[in-house]
Design a protein around this ligand. Structure first.
Ligand SMILES: Nc1ncnc2c1ncn2[C@@H]1O[C@H](COP(=O)(O)OP(=O)(O)OP(=O)(O)O)[C@@H](O)[C@H]1O
Ligand SMILES: [Mg+2]
Length: 260
């Protein structure tokens, strides 16, 4: 279980990036974080990953405080960040140096197979497409069997077709080991396809706004009326998060468009 308690972050220049974030995520739950640019999504993920220090508050995974990078918490960024001097198998197995060679090999082979790259272990990262490189990054994250997996807009640089395939592969891998997943996305369809819950953030300072429960069985059919209804609920929550707190005018079409 992931528990974020009263988490705040003010950067050295005085930017109040996050204020009083409280969030509990069950083991195996998938939560999507969505919100306008600059509302603190990446800051929140970096704090949960232990890549940066909070100004106040705490992060716990299964009762253990996270203050520095931890093997229980895996991260996938927007760019694949592969090591160019290692082949694909070397990249996926990079964090498994402590394991016996045979086990490392079999785990790497399994992870590559699950992302459709069984034949690519000896290729170099530069020989792969952007979508293939991101699949290697996902395999690398899963191979370490994290309890919590954080993904920061992992598919936003990819075309819709590639993205759909990656959603399926991500869910396949999730089914095997059921890590808790927190995924940042700007794509409402992606949030509704993947998540049990969509949490909307509000900026200046970054804080959590509404939570939308999705409650659809998987696999999800994007043309089902229930799916479309969930998309509408998330869009409505996003729309409300653009208004000034409590009262205030509805956003103009221009401010609404600034989401994208
Ligand atoms: N290292 C830093 N120093 C100072 N301010 C920062 C730093 N990193 C981020 N910020 C500021 O903190 C706020 C939150 O930034 P963050 O990157 O977390 O937003 P985000 O929600 O991920 O945005 P996007 O959707 O554009 O990725 C922004 O106002 C940003 O300018
Ligand atoms: Mg970001």
């Amino acid at each position: 279980m992931l528990i974020v308690d009263d988490l705040s972050k003010t950067y050295a220049d005085g930017t109040e990036a996050l204020s009083g974030i409280g969030l509990s995520v069950r083991q195996g739950e998938i939560v999507a974080l969505i919100g306008g640019s600059g509302c603190g999504k990446t800051t929140l993920l970096r704090l949960i990953a232990g890549l940066d220090q909070a100004s106040r508050g705490s992060v716990q995974v299964d009762g253990e405080a996270i203050r520095a990078p931890h093997p229980s918490v895996g991260v996938v960024f927007q760019e694949p960040r592969l090591l160019p001097w290692l082949d694909v198998a070397g990249n996926v197995g990079f964090g498994l140096a402590a394991l016996p060679r045979a086990e490392r090999r079999s785990r790497v082979a399994h992870a590559l197979e699950r992302v459709g790259l069984a034949e690519y272990g000896h290729r170099w990262p530069r020989e792969l497409s952007g979508g293939q490189q991101q699949r290697v990054a996902i395999a690398r994250a899963f191979v370490a069997q994290p309890r919590v997996l954080l993904l920061d807009e992992p598919f936003s640089a990819l075309d819709a077709f590639t993205r759909k395939g990656l959603h399926e592969q991500l869910l396949d891998l999730w089914t095997e080991s059921k890590p808790t997943i927190l995924i940042v996305t700007h794509d409402v369809g992606e949030a509704v396809t993947l998540a049990d819950r969509v949490v909307v953030m509000r900026p200046r300072p970054g804080r959590l706004d509404e939570t939308v429960a999705i409650g659809l069985s998987r696999p999800r059919d994007p043309v089902a009326p229930t799916y479309e209804e969930a998309v509408r609920r998330v869009l409505a929550a996003l729309d409300r998060s653009l208004r000034p707190a409590q009262t205030g005018p509805r956003p103009t079409p221009e401010t609404r468009a600034s989401w994208w």
